[in-house]
Design a protein around this ligand. Structure first.
Ligand code: SAH
Length: 203
């Protein structure tokens, strides 16, 4: 997997080290553990997916995280992306709308000794106002548009990565930066994510 990532152009040593230290199979059900280190998107239940390693790496790299930062992730899912982020930042806040997925993710954080992750079951498109502002925000589900609430919780100089577009075949990754003169937007290329859905999921 590490060789695949380098070949895919991932150069950030911190990102590579965090991914090397994170056992991806721990975040998958038994049925998919054998494929854990292939460069593939894999199902995690509830019709949700864990992105391919190269996508996780590229998005993490694009976030330009340092160890002093407070980071918000939307869509905890399996917890894999959160585990990678948590090794690079000071504190990670992560919100998931499926309580059952969140419970499993929390068990994994505990098993790995990742004590700087705080989670919440809820609608991540509203962000986490009590903890705002965040220096970095990563959204791992696709929205029709950049959620306003999240933009409002991005610190001065902050960066947000968000997949935008509801048509799975016409989605792209945006990198937004809050500069002195407002928001600068950069398009990072096509991508494919499950949709960001409002409200907490039922059982
Ligand atoms: N980052 C995850 C993969 C995310 S899949 C990982 O590393 O495994 C997208 C996740 O976003 C799913 O778990 C889905 O339930 C969640 N999601 C979708 N809409 C949401 C919302 N409004 N608030 C919080 N989580 C949401």
């Amino acid at each position: 997997m590490m060789q695949d990532l380098r070949q895919a152009g991932v150069a950030d040593g911190g990102v590579l080290a965090a991914m090397e230290a994170t056992p991806r199979e721990l975040f998958l059900t038994d049925h998919f553990k054998a494929q854990a280190y292939e460069d593939a998107t894999l199902p995690i239940g509830y019709q949700q997916t864990l992105s391919a390693p190269a996508v996780v790496a590229k998005m993490t790299e694009a976030l330009e995280i340092t160890d002093r930062m407070k980071v918000l992730e939307i869509g905890t899912g399996s917890g894999y992306q959160a585990a990678v982020l948590a090794q690079l930042c000071r504190r990670l806040y992560s919100i998931e709308r499926h309580p059952a997925l969140l419970q499993d993710a929390e068990d994994r954080f505990q098993e790995l000794g990742l004590v700087n992750i705080t989670t919440q079951a809820g609608d991540g498109s509203l962000g986490w106002p009590e903890q705002a502002p965040f220096e970095r925000i990563m959204v791992t589900a696709a929205a029709a548009d950049v959620p306003d609430a999240l933009l409002g919780q991005l610190a001065e100089g902050g960066i947000m990565i968000v997949p935008v577009g509801l048509d799975e075949n016409d989605q792209y990754l945006l990198k937004l930066r809050r500069g002195e003169d407002g928001i600068e937007t950069e398009e990072l290329g096509p991508t494919r994510f499950v949709p960001l859905i409002a409200g907490l999921a039922g059982p």
